[in-house]
Write a protein that binds this ligand. Structure first.
Ligand code: ASP
Length: 610
């Protein structure tokens, strides 16, 4: 037996026990002729003490150890002398006095030490991921990830869900993002697509009578990566039959409560608060509002129509909005230079014209470059509306509705973080419901004249009472759609689906999908819907992001064992990489870079035949 205990296991009650431990040398110290090795494995760190009594050869062997060498130690558990008890680690009351040390493997010089407090550059971490994954923080996060998926599986098993695997090699059906394609060798010139989500398969499973489906599913989207996106990511994906929106919300709320209890040891009361999409946009300017702090958006459009200040009045009169937030007590914190910075930021990031601002003086008067444009009673009204007190900092956005949303949501989040208004330990969940069915995409559509696009996906059902709007005013349709939001992040989204072929057809039509396109892409779904489809709906939660928030981290790559960079590369293996020409030939693929050569060959072949 190589070991009979782990490095995180031994306590003072194990005193006197002879143990065998194995692991990595985390550190080695020489204290006046006694050697101390901190031995590390996934479970923790145990201090090993080696005295010259082990014999000169073994003593010298230990002295020659390098950090990250792999060793086996046999010894006796003994209490640490008073004064060197380490309360910071679980094994801190004991040490193992070694009688035998064997080197299992020597390490080459490592580019960084997993046990060191300083964290190397992300590039280095990703290149030597095996060393990075040795860091206790990474091991803790992946353990937490395991705990979360275990609770999920238990919970859904208890609620009669079946875990069903859906194919990785599927059909390319544009569902928003670009597909990752896989060429078919046996059907030259054709391609599979890696799933963007198991959406259609899970709906088909409902039509097939499986009632409750769940899967921890890998999904692929070939998008330009943002900081918290990965080309492949994991979703907790589920679907239920004979349900309404409330049933899905209740089922997932129960899961969240269970995760809070079993993963974080926290009690969470239900129900999770709900907010209409339209209300979220009014109060927070965003569909995933961070409710851990106030600074809600206040509408001043009506007031703006009556003031002399032309910048506000003309926007308000021409269908735009004038809205503001009040950063409490922040007047002193933001200098003119800071405010110029904020102004530049909203112009660059949100395509805004800029911001206007006012500060409340200690004597309660509003001050700032735009103050002179208002009558005293107008300033009073602004103060009243924003509940402004001495020392407050007021920021205004006058623009199209969408722009005011982006600007004030951006400022609200940025200021909350700069003013430290957020309790980092809070876990604040809410549901946002009844999203619009469609958004209008100005640049798309026939001859770029604009067209409707599905806000969630084209299989989403409108609210029952809204169905007539499909013919009369599709832009006003609200969907049976719901997002789960945690601390200002969307962590999940789902919908009740269309189970009526006629409505599904109509939605495809509104989305500008021609009859043949529809048939060739979704014919199987339309067929399936015609063979007795039950009412059904579901949701998917982004597992990587959920883990990130439960772990209190701010980087999604730290929650994935082998993540990719912003350029979708795996720095450890070197993927993606060129392949042998023979492989391409077998797949009947010509890439642009070798195309000339292959084309010439193809031409030569043709000439020969003629
Ligand atoms: N398939 C959807 C998504 O990946 C989730 C759902 O509607 O269940 O966003």
């Amino acid at each position: 037996m190589l070991r009979n205990a782990t490095c995180g296991q031994l306590r003072s009650e194990n005193q006197g026990r002879t143990v065998a431990l194995a692991g990595w040398v985390d550190s080695l110290r020489d204290h006046s002729g006694v050697l101390f090795v901190n031995l590390r494995d996934r479970y923790g760190i145990t201090q090993i003490t080696i005295t010259p009594s082990v014999g000169e050869e073994m003593f010298e062997l230990v002295r020659s150890l390098r950090n990250e060498d792999v060793i086996r130690v046999v010894g006796t558990v003994q209490p640490r002398p008073v004064g060197i008890v380490n309360t910071k680690i679980a094994t801190g009351e004991i040490e193992v006095k070694a009688s035998e040390v064997v080197v299992l493997n020597r390490t080459a010089v490592v580019p960084f030490l997993p046990g060191a407090p300083e964290i190397p550059s992300e590039e280095t971490r990703l290149k030597y991921r095996y060393l990075d994954l040795r860091r206790p923080q990474m091991q803790k996060t992946l353990e937490l990830r395991h705990r979360i998926t275990k609770v999920m599986r238990d919970y859904f098993d208890e609620h009669d869900f079946l875990e069903v695997e859906t194919p990785m090699l599927g059909k390319s059906t544009p569902e928003g993002a670009r597909d990752y394609l896989v060429p078919s060798r046996v059907n030259p010139g054709t391609f599979y697509a890696l799933p963007q989500s198991p959406q259609l398969y899970k709906q088909i499973l409902m039509i097939a009578g499986y009632d409750r489906y769940v899967q921890i599913a890998r999904c692929f989207r070939d998008e330009d990566l943002r900081a918290d996106r990965q080309p492949e990511f994991t979703q907790l994906d589920l679907e239920m039959s004979f349900v309404e929106m409330d049933d899905i919300i209740d089922m997932v709320s129960g899961l969240v409560q269970r995760l809070m209890k079993e993963v974080l040891g926290r009690d969470m009361p239900l129900p999770i608060p709900r907010m209409e999409y339209a209300e979220a946009m009014e109060r927070f300017g965003h569909d995933a509002p961070d409710l851990r702090f106030g600074m809600e958006l206040v509408d001043l459009t009506e007031l703006a129509k009556t003031v002399d200040f032309r910048v506000f009045r003309s926007v308000a009169e021409s269908g735009g909005r004038v809205r503001a937030i009040n950063a409490p007590g922040a007047a002193e914190r933001y200098s003119r230079k800071d405010i110029d910075g904020l102004n530049q930021w909203v112009i660059e990031h949100f395509g805004a014209k800029g911001i206007a601002w006012l500060k409340v003086d200690p004597d309660g008067r509003l001050a700032g470059p735009i103050a002179k444009n208002f009558k005293p009673e107008e300033l009073e009204r602004i103060k009243e509306k924003l509940e402004a007190k001495p020392g407050d900092f007021l920021l205004f956005s006058a623009d199209a509705f969408e722009t005011t949303c982006k600007v004030l949501n951006g400022l609200r989040r940025r200021l909350a973080s700069e003013l430290k208004l957020i309790d980092p330990n809070e876990m604040n969940f809410c549901w946002i419901v009844h999203f619009p069915m469609f958004a209008w995409d100005e640049e798309d559509g026939v001859a770029g004249g604009g067209r409707y696009v599905a806000m969630h996906h084209p299989f989403t059902a409108p609210r029952t009472e809204d169905v007539p709007l499909l013919d009369s005013d599709p832009g006003k349709l609200k969907a049976q759609a719901y997002d789960l939001v945690l601390n200002g992040f969307e962590v999940g989204g789902g919908t009740i689906r269309i189970h009526d072929g006629t409505i599904q057809h109509k939605v495809f039509e509104l989305l500008g999908l021609a009859e043949e396109t529809c048939r060739s892409m979704f014919g199987f779904l339309l067929d399936a819907l015609s063979f007795g489809a039950p009412p059904h709906g579901g949701i998917a939660l982004g597992l990587d992001r959920l883990v990130m928030l439960f772990a209190g981290l701010d980087n999604i790559r730290d929650c994935i064992a082998f993540p990719k960079t912003a350029k979708a590369a795996d720095l450890m293996t070197g993927a993606p990489s060129p392949v042998a020409e023979k492989q391409l030939e077998e797949l009947a693929i010509k890439t642009a870079t070798i195309q000339n050569v292959t084309l010439k060959n193809a031409d030569a072949d043709l000439e020969k035949k003629e």
